[in-house]
Ligand binder design. Structure first.
Ligand code: ADP
Ligand code: ASP
Ligand code: MG
Length: 406
């Protein structure tokens, strides 16, 4: 007997038939003698619609009310799944974030889980009841509903698995595992039977939305046995594992892309200590996440340019903050561009193999793709390019690094 957490994403609970299908998958784990907690997302498309309404009613909406609105999608699916389970003879009840509770900080729209009180759930699981838990939501220090950021149900599931000391956390989605790149844009993408936590973390943060980045970081920290698999078939999925469990890797593991990027250039900044700290401190205080940063060497001796990338949604906020602070910061001009995409290659093999960056840049050059910003980590190389070239870049790199063959 094992204690497991199953998470079903939006497409997997996209209509009533699919919810009945999920109920059968849950029942088969219960019938196998396992204790089961299920975390569900809203029906696919629902959260997008809710976000759109929240934005349309007023662009400078109160983030606490935004969360009140966007958290509702999951309330519907937990209730429906609990009934679907009861209908097939499985004892089940729904749980909203605040009822457990999932305690979070007060960063509405991107809250972090601070504590989960799982005792009551443990007792119920031991008594044979399935807990159907609303993903994506929690309760802040002021008692108000919070949400964990888009894709946050993955993090709810991993956090629940950690709090319950679960033996497994299975993420059921609309693909049957983690692929070498998004199978939606590269039909030749290959399913990986295993990927390391570190690689998965880099892939997720580079845009592979199959798992929310925070969920991977949390699984890594709490040693959660994480698997990504399909809710529509019984194929084995992808296991996310420690590096020691993987045999020597010959090449890069995957390619990720993100189209939700924007670029800001501040030209003619005074070249003096403290300017970068002030710019990025100000953005951080406003919860604007900055990703790639380049500062050009001062040419005239007293001035420099800084270019950075950030999420496209944060661009208006960043622009207005920087424009307001223009006199204090002393830059000459601000240029922005949301017509950019980030393409990244990821693999632990990079640590031991020189020349991978060269190969990446050559492949993109052959396709006539200009690199606007480059950044690297130990196991990842990212480039910012014009967004029209995203798919071309991903496909060319997938071919060049021969990822379709194991
Ligand atoms: P869910 O609603 O189940 O959480 P998501 O849409 O959030 O599902 O994530 C699954 C999607 O992630 C897939 O449909 C696929 O298009 C996309 N994806 C991006 N990169 C990858 C990858 N490397 N492997 C698998 N899926 C990926
Ligand atoms: N429903 C939320 C979203 O669409 C959370 C999730 O699906 O993980 O972002
Ligand atoms: Mg998701």
């Amino acid at each position: 007997m094992a204690r497991i957490v199953q998470k079903f994403g939006g497409t997997s609970v996209g209509d009533l038939d699919r919810i009945r299908n999920v109920a059968r998958r849950v029942k088969s784990e219960v019938d196998a003698g396992n204790e089961v907690a299920v975390v569900v997302s809203a029906m696919s498309g629902t959260t997008n619609k809710l976000v759109e309404w929240a934005r349309d009613i007023g662009p400078l909406h109160d983030a606490r009310e935004y969360d009140t609105i966007v958290a509702t999608g999951e309330q519907v699916t937990v209730g429906l799944l609990a009934i679907a389970l009861q209908n097939i003879g499985v004892d089940a009840r729904s749980w909203l974030g605040w009822q457990i509770p999932f305690k979070t900080d007060d960063v509405h729209g991107a809250a972090r889980i601070e504590e989960i009180q799982a005792e009551e759930i443990k007792t119920r699981l031991a008594a044979g009841q399935v807990a159907v838990i609303a993903g994506f939501q929690g309760i802040g220090p002021d008692g108000r509903i919070t949400t964990l950021g888009r894709g946050g149900s993955d993090t709810s599931a991993v956090a629940m698995a950690a709090a319950l000391d679960a033996d497994r956390c299975d993420i059921y989605t609309d693909v049957d595992g983690v692929y070498t790149t998004d199978p939606r844009i590269m039909p030749k993408a290959r399913k990986l039977s295993q990927i390391t936590f570190e690689e998965m973390l880099e892939m997720a943060s580079a845009g592979a939305k199959v798992l929310q980045t925070r969920s991977v970081a949390m699984a890594m920290r709490h040693n959660v046995h994480l698997q990504v698999r399909s809710s529509f078939n019984e194929e084995p999925g992808t296991l996310v594992v420690d590096e020691e469990q993987i045999m020597e890797n010959q090449k890069i593991s995957g390619i990720a892309y993100s189209n939700d990027e924007a670029k800001v250039t501040l030209a003619g900044l005074p070249d003096k200590p403290g300017i970068a700290a002030e710019i990025f401190g100000m953005l951080a205080d406003a919860h604007v996440n900055v990703d790639m940063i380049v500062q050009t060497a001062a040419t005239s001796g007293s001035q420099t340019d800084i270019t950075f990338s950030l999420g496209a949604l944060d661009l208006p906020k960043a622009e207005s903050l920087l424009t307001e602070a223009r006199d204090r910061l002393g830059f000459e001009s601000l240029q922005s561009d949301s017509n950019v995409a980030k393409v990244s290659i990821v693999g632990t093999a990079m640590r031991s193999q020189p020349g991978i960056a060269k190969q990446m840049f050559e492949v993109l050059a052959q396709k006539g793709i200009n690199l606007q910003v480059i950044s690297t980590s130990e196991i990842k190389i990212s480039v910012l390019i014009e967004s029209a070239y995203t798919e071309l870049a991903v496909r060319a790199l997938h071919d060049a690094f021969t990822l379709e063959t194991a």
